[in-house]
Design a protein around this ligand. Structure first.
Ligand code: HEM
Length: 307
């Protein structure tokens, strides 16, 4: 089985650096080579600072993939799903490359980011750079623990990594990102019981409400979905808080072996159920970006980097 990129299933870290790039016209051959070298940059920092739990992900934009790797098409590659309903939007801001670097040290993320940018600089435009951080005991800036119901252990691989269903791309993962900007002054006006209703969990202790107690507009009601056979529809969330004193929110990252689970969840959040019960969390946060990527296996990136 080809090796998946380490950052896809990595355990939560204290720090992240997310870099988004667009590639200059006709620089694809150089970029193919450099992406393979960036794997060596990740390995170098991982070896030198193994205590910092270093990991990386290189993901290629759905719109750019065919230019970079013509003739190789992941079975379900698709653009980010464009959705809006009333004042709820999932804007699409495509970009060619998404590079996620994570570690338990901010200086290591910075050093890796510098090395990655130095390698790519002649061939790309840096579109966005976001620093993610762990907030308190793994909480979103709304104050609620984020990631509790994420798949765990080996189940992460089942959810996030392609296996036999697309053998040519085994070890790969479909990545969706959205930068959400929170309206924390509005959120903080809500009392805790109302905030808890919106998540369907308690705030301090992070305990899930019983299913019959969850409101139809609760975030965990809208995102806890089952398929026609009653199986859970799942993604692996690798999101982290970001921001400064002016704007802050969640840098949302979803990894899955198909793009469909993310799309179904986002539909359920934005359009809601048959009675119009959309995800009330959307009244307190706004997606400002959204993009779809494919993160191929380490083997694929290395092989393509040689040609
Ligand atoms: C600002 C945006 C978001 C925030 C602040 C947020 C925060 C949270 C929190 C606090 C939880 C409960 C604890 C947990 O299980 O992690 C949760 C659960 C979850 N979220 Fe989000 N989330 C956001 C966006 C999204 C999006 C865009 C999706 C997918 C399209 C999503 C999918 C899920 C799923 C699948 C769960 C677990 C539901 C369950 O089985 O109980 N979230 N989120």
């Amino acid at each position: 089985m080809p090796q998946a990129q380490k950052g896809i299933c990595a355990e939560p870290n204290l720090h992240a650096l997310y870099l988004m790039f667009n590639v200059h016209e006709d620089h694809d051959e150089e970029v193919r080579r450099i992406l393979a070298q960036i794997l060596n940059i990740f390995d170098h920092y991982d070896d030198e600072h193994y205590e910092a739990m270093v990991s990386g992900v290189i993901a290629i934009g759905s719109n750019y993939w065919m230019e970079l790797y013509p003739g190789f098409l992941p079975a379900e590659l698709a653009p980010f799903p464009d959705m809006h309903c009333e004042d709820r939007h999932a804007p699409v801001v495509p970009c060619d490359l998404f590079i996620q670097m994570r570690a338990d040290r901010a200086d290591i993320c910075h050093a890796m980011g510098t090395a990655v940018y130095d390698a790519l600089k002649p061939h790309v435009e840096l579109v966005e750079q976001i620093k993610g951080f762990r907030f308190l005991d793994g909480r979103d800036l709304t104050g609620f623990v984020d990631g509790t119901e994420n798949p765990k252990g080996m189940h992460k691989l089942d959810v996030a990594i392609i296996g036999d269903e697309d053998p040519e791309f085994a070890g790969g993962s479909y990545i969706h990102i959205q930068r959400y900007r929170h309206n924390l002054s509005k959120w903080n006006q809500l009392d805790v019981p109302h905030q808890e209703e919106i998540f369907g969990r308690t705030k301090t202790d992070d305990i899930e409400f019983a299913s019959e107690m969850k409101k139809p507009f609760a975030h965990t009601k809208r995102t806890n979905l089952k398929d026609a056979n009653g199986n859970s529809i799942e993604i692996l969330r690798q999101s982290m808080p970001y921001g400064d004193m002016k704007e802050q929110g969640l840098f949302f990252v979803s990894c899955a072996k198909s793009p469909q689970p993310f799309t179904k969840m986002l539909e359920s959040m934005i359009f809601g159920d048959a009675h119009g019960n959309y995800d009330k969390l959307m009244d307190y946060t706004t997606a400002e970006t959204g993009a779809a990527f494919f993160a191929p296996s380490v083997d694929f990136l290395k092989f393509q980097g040689m040609s």
